[in-house]
Write a protein that binds this ligand. Structure first.
Ligand code: G1P
Length: 269
C-alpha cells in the first residue's frame, strides 16, 4: 500500500533555543535560507508523500502560515523582478496538501500522533520528528518507505553508547544489510544498559495499528504517551523493523546541531 500521509508532531516548546524561540517556533529556525521544517516537508514529498499533517500547539500557527500562499509577497517579488527568489518561495504552498490538528496539552509524542488519527484513517503513514535532519541524496524517509512491507520500520543510526541516554536504543535480532528485526526497544537507557549502539532517529513508518498500541502501551511516570511505548506494545502482535538510514544526521533540536547543519548545507550553496 502506498504511503501518502505524513504526520509531523511539532507542538513542543523549543526551550533549548530561548529566547530565540520566545515567539518563533523552533521548527522555523533556518538552515541557511530555509526553515528546518521545510527540509522535513521536502524530505517527505521527495519520498512520495502527498499530504502533510502538522500536530501543533497554540502559538505555533506560523508553521502553517509558512506553507500557505502569500499573494502580497509574491506580487512584491514580481514587481521588483526578483525572479530567483520568487522561484524559491512560490512553490512552497504547493509542495503537498497541508492540514493540521492541535495538541492541547504536552502529553508526549505518542499523544501528539493520536491527535492525527482521524486525518490519517486506516492506512500506513510516515512520522517525522521535528529535529532530525538527514543529509543524503536518497531521503531518509524514502529509505524507510522503500522497505515497508506492512510492518513498522524505525529509522536508526549507530551512535556513541555514551549518548544512549538521549535516544531510544534498539536490541537487534537479525540483520539483512541495513534492515534489522527489532527484538527490543529501551527508551533513553544508561550507557551500560544499552542493548547495542543502534539508536532511534525520529523517522518512522507506522501501520494504522500503532494508534491502539499507543493507547494500550505503558504510560510514562508523568502520564505521557510515547510513540516508542506504542512500538513496544505493537511487538506483541507484529514484527517491528529498524533500518540503518544512510546519510549525515543533524540534531537540529540542539544549538550545536543546528549550527553544524548550517555549515554543511552552506557548502552546497
Ligand atoms: C525521541 C524518541 C527517542 C528518539 C529521539 C530521536 O526523543 O523518544 O526514542 O531516539 O526522539 O530524535 P526526544 O529527542 O524527543 O526526547
Amino acid at each position: 500500500m502506498k504511503i501518502k500521509k505524513a504526520v509531523l508532531p511539532v507542538a513542543g516548546v523549543g526551550t533549548r533555543f530561548l529566547p530565540a524561540t520566545k515567539t518563533v517556533p523552533k521548527e522555523l529556525l533556518p538552515i541557511v535560507d530555509k526553515p528546518v521544517i521545510q527540509y522535513l516537508v521536502e524530505e517527505a514529498v521527495q519520498s512520495g508523500i502527498e499530504e502533510i499533517i502538522f500536530v501543533i500547539s497554540k502559538g505555533k500557527e506560523a508553521i502553517i502560515e509558512h506553507f500557505s500562499d502569500h499573494p502580497p509577497l509574491m506580487e512584491l517579488l514580481q514587481k521588483r523582478n526578483k525572479v530567483e527568489i520568487l522561484e524559491k518561495v512560490e512553490p512552497i504552498h504547493k509542495l503537498a496538501k497541508f492540514s493540521h490538528v492541535y495538541q492541547d496539552e504536552p502529553m508526549g509524542d505518542g499523544h501528539a500522533i493520536l491527535q492525527a488519527e482521524k486525518l490519517v484513517g486506516n492506512e500506513p503513514f510516515l512520522v517525522l520528528f521535528g529535529d532530525d535532519i538527514v543529509k543524503n541524496e536518497i531521503p531518509a524517509a524514502k529509505q524507510l518507505i522503500d522497505h515497508y512491507k506492512g510492518e513498522s520500520i524505525i529509522a536508526a543510526q549507530e551512535i556513541d553508547k555514551a549518548d544512549a541516554g538521549s535516544y531510544g536504543m534498539i536490541n537487534p535480532a537479525s540483520q539483512d544489510e541495513y534492515l534489522y528485526e527489532v527484538k527490543g526497544l529501551v527508551e533513553k537507557p544508561l550507557p551500560e544498559d544499552a542493548p547495542s549502539n543502534l539508536g532511534v532517529i525520529g523517522k518512522y513508518v507506522c501501520p494504522p495499528e500503532i494508534f491502539d498500541a499507543i493507547r494500550e502501551g505503558s504510560h510514562g511516570a508523568d502520564g505521557e504517551l510515547r510513540l516508542i511505548d506504542g512500538f513496544i506494545k505493537l511487538q506483541e502482535k507484529q514484527k517491528v523493523w529498524a533500518y540503518a538510514v544512510q546519510g549525515q544526521r543533524f540534531d537540529t533540536g540542539k544549538p550545536e546541531g543546528l549550527v553544524a547543519a548550517n555549515q554543511a548545507y552552506l557548502k552546497n550553496c
